[in-house]
Design a protein around this ligand. Structure first.
Ligand code: ADP
Ligand code: MG
Length: 377
């Protein structure tokens, strides 16, 4: 019996946990060596004391309440507790279980407390860092949204305001040509013609800018969208602009996506419009729309056999007003792909271009968020 007792004491004295036993009234029956070390008490002195003799009242109350819970439950309960130490409060995860006599009556509660202060601190730090990070992301996002909105509002009102004076330039140069055309020298009439061409070009740029601004501001309304039908509509409109062109057009049946139909129509208008435009010098234009899957993401592609471009400048393509061809060769303002890019991005998708001068171009885009790190190919 004595040997057994010594074995048990050796066991509880050589653990880093704090172990103690108190009777039904909260009086100490036993503590281990770690307890003695921690609270600078000797076990023979502590027997008979209660936590209220040893700790501040609030803490002692809590210990007692937890003891009573273990008594009441009749089986082990686990909880977090805090106890004072030389370097402030430390946190423990504690298991308390009642000891019962032969008649089943609980006569004592035994507690085993493991110090988790460092872990708690680390957890707290992670939590704080996360909170800080979220806060910073929220702040930055708000700033970004504010500045994008300002910029959009600015672009919108400037474009609007520019229309009126431009109409006036257009109107008066027209009057000049009609009413005084005969009195003007041929060279002056040519100058006027140039003014009108440029005014028309600027009007187109303003309209495109407004489109770009709309593509950004319009709320995104996702709905089942029939890409095949939209592409066919766009193709019909393009064909109507020049019935003499020979065109091989492939639009597969059954292409559908979850997205904003109005905005996706703009995407197709611009991509098919470009394909149509940059194949104008081909005897036989070939344009195709297709879909493939890449890592489970639907990727659409618009391909043509037109003029193509040098991939060295590909990164500029999606910025407003960036063009890789001169207006003398191909009309345009350079806004279309910026609109497309915004719409695709707003859908959570990606877009990329691939080409070679003279060998046509392919534009690939997705319209849904992809797994992290996914890059469109
Ligand atoms: N299908 C294409 N083939 C060759 N170049 C293209 C094609 N699509 C776009 N590009 C290049 O990208 C530029 C920007 O396109 P976009 O923004 O639609 O402007 P725009 O059509 O008004 O020129 C074009 O001027 C052209 O240089
Ligand atoms: Mg275009």
């Amino acid at each position: 019996m004595r040997v057994e007792h010594e074995h048990l004491m050796a066991l509880i004295d050589h653990t880093s946990a704090v172990i103690y036993m108190r009777d039904a009234d909260g009086r100490y029956l036993l503590v281990n060596r770690e307890y003695e070390r921690l609270f600078k008490l000797r076990r023979e002195d502590i027997v008979g004391m209660t936590d209220h003799d040893l700790f501040p009242e609030a803490i002692a109350d809590e210990f007692r309440a937890n003891d009573l819970r273990a008594f009441a439950r009749g089986f082990p309960v686990q909880m977090e507790e805090q106890a004072p130490s030389d370097d402030g409060l430390r946190t423990y995860v504690t298991v308390k279980f009642p000891l019962t006599d032969a008649s089943g009556r609980s006569y004592a509660v035994c507690g085993i407390s493991t110090d988790i202060t460092e872990r708690k601190q680390a957890e707290e730090q992670v939590r704080r860092l996360n909170e800080e990070l979220e806060m910073r992301v929220r702040e930055r996002t708000a700033e970004l949204e504010a500045s994008t909105q300002e910029l959009d509002a600015f672009a919108y009102s400037v474009s609007h305001d520019l229309r009126a004076p431009l109409r006036s330039v257009e109107g008066f140069s027209q009057i000049l040509l009609e009413d005084y055309g005969d009195a003007l020298a041929e060279e002056a009439r040519q100058h006027l013609g140039r003014i009108q061409t440029n005014v028309a070009r600027m009007a187109q740029m303003i309209d495109d800018l407004l489109d770009l601004s709309r593509a950004t501001r319009r709320e995104l309304h996702r709905a089942p969208t029939d890409i095949t039908a939209l592409a066919q509509e766009v193709a019909t409109e393009l064909r109507a602009t020049d019935r003499d062109r020979v065109l091989d057009l492939v639009i597969p049946d059954g292409l559908a996506v979850q997205g904003d139909p109005h905005l996706i129509r703009l995407v197709l208008q611009n991509l098919l419009g470009n394909a149509w435009k940059f194949t104008v010098h081909r005897e036989r234009a070939e344009i195709s729309l297709s879909r493939h899957q890449h890592d489970g993401v639907d990727v659409f592609a618009v391909r043509d056999n037109g003029a193509g471009f040098d991939m060295r400048y590909a990164h500029k393509l999606f910025d407003p007003f960036q063009r890789l061809h001169s207006t003398a060769d191909f009309e345009g303002t350079g806004i279309g792909l910026a609109i497309v890019h915004r719409i695709v991005t707003r859908h959570g998708g990606q877009i990329c271009a691939q080409s070679e001068p003279g060998a046509g171009a392919t534009f690939r885009f997705s319209l849904s968020p992809a797994p992290a790190g996914w890059v469109i190919r």
